[in-house]
Design a protein around this ligand. Structure first.
Ligand SMILES: NC(=O)c1ccc[n+]([C@@H]2O[C@H](COP(=O)([O-])OP(=O)(O)OC[C@H]3O[C@@H](n4cnc5c(N)ncnc54)[C@H](OP(=O)(O)O)[C@@H]3O)[C@@H](O)[C@H]2O)c1
Length: 232
C-alpha cells in the first residue's frame, strides 16, 4: 500500500467524514467526486505510461448504480480529455437514477461528450467486450462503500466476467464485492491489479481476502478538509 497520512479506516467513518465535509464545511459532494475521479484518471494515465503493453486501450469503465459509478463517469471524462479511447458500460437501469444525485449529474455531463456509453438492456448481462481474450483495460466502478449485501446478478455476473477476461482491472475506491470493513468476499469480488481509493485506505484492504483482491493500493486526496480526519 502507498503511504497515506491517514491509517486504514472503516467505511462508516469515511461516510461520516464525507457528510461532515459536505454539511459542516460546505464542500459540495460533486466537488469531492470530481477530485476523486480526476485523481484516479491521473493515476490510470501514469500506469499506462509506465506499462503501455499491459494497459491497452480501450479503457472499459464498468459503472454501477451509486456514487462509485459516479466516480467512473468522472474518470471517463478526464481520460477522454487526455485523448484516450474510453467506453462506459452501465450495469443497471439508468432510468432508476435519482435526478439530483452526484452520479446522475456526471452521467448527464458525459452524455454530452463523445464517449461511447452502453446503457445495456434487461437483464443487463455483462457486456460482450468483457470476455476472455478481450483487448483493453477495465476500470471497476461497480460498487464501493455502499455494498450492503452479498452480490447478486447482474453485478455478480459482471464481476465474474471481468475476473475471467484476463484484462488488467483497476478498481475505484475498493474492489466490487469486497467488504471494506472486514476484507470478506461477499458472494464474489473483483481481483484488481491496482485499487485507487479515495480519502483514506479502507480497513478491509489489510484483512482477510483484502490484500489479494485489492492489489496495489493508491490513495487519492479528494479535498476533504484535514480537520475532519485529524479529529477522527
Ligand atoms: N461525496 C461522496 O460521497 C463521495 C466522494 C468520493 C467518492 N465517492 C464514491 O461513492 C462510493 C459510495 O457511493 P454509494 O454510497 O452511492 O454506494 P455505491 O458503492 O456506489 O453502491 C450503492 C448502490 O449499490 C447498490 N448495491 C448495494 N449492495 C449491492 C449488492 N450486493 N449488489 C448489487 N447492488 C448493490 C445499492 O442499491 P440499494 O440501494 O438497493 O442497496 C446502491 O444503488 C464510494 O465508494 C466512492 O467510490 C463518494
Amino acid at each position: 500500500m502507498e503511504r497515506s497520512p491517514i491509517p486504514p479506516q472503516l467505511p462508516e467513518t469515511i461516510r461520516r467524514w464525507d457528510r461532515r465535509a459536505i454539511e459542516e464545511f460546505g464542500v459540495p459532494g460533486v466537488v469531492l467526486m470530481e477530485n476523486a475521479g480526476a485523481g484516479a484518471a491521473r493515476i490510470l494515465l501514469e500506469l499506462r505510461e509506465a506499462e503501455p503493453g499491459r494497459y491497452a486501450t480501450p479503457w472499459r469503465i464498468l459503472c454501477g448504480p451509486g456514487n462509485n459509478g459516479g466516480d467512473g463517469y468522472v474518470v471517463a471524462r478526464h481520460l477522454h480529455n487526455a485523448g484516450e479511447d474510453v467506453e462506459v458500460y452501465l450495469a443497471f437501469d439508468p432510468d432508476t437514477l435519482r435526478p439530483d444525485g452526484d452520479n446522475t449529474i456526471n452521467l448527464r455531463i458525459l452524455e454530452k461528450t463523445g464517449v461511447k456509453i452502453d446503457r445495456g438492456r434487461p437483464p443487463w448481462d455483462p457486456p460482450r467486450p468483457v470476455a476472455p481474450g478481450a483487448i483493453g483495460s477495465i476500470v471497476d466502478a461497480l460498487l464501493g462503500t455502499g455494498l450492503s449485501r452479498p452480490l447478486r446478478d447482474p453485478i455478480l455476473a459482471w464481476v465474474r466476467a471481468l475476473n475471467a477476461s484476463g484484462c488488467p482491472v483497476v478498481s475505484l475506491d475498493l474492489p466490487s464485492g469486497l467488504d471494506a470493513a472486514t476484507g470478506d468476499v461477499l458472494g464474489d469480488a473483483v481481483r484488481a491489479v491496482h485499487t485507487i481509493t479515495f480519502a483514506a485506505p479502507k480497513r478491509g484492504f489489510v484483512l482477510g481476502e483484502g490484500p489479494a483482491r485489492a492489489g496495489r493500493v493508491h490513495v487519492v486526496d479528494i479535498g476533504m478538509p484535514r480537520e475532519i480526519w485529524e479529529e477522527g
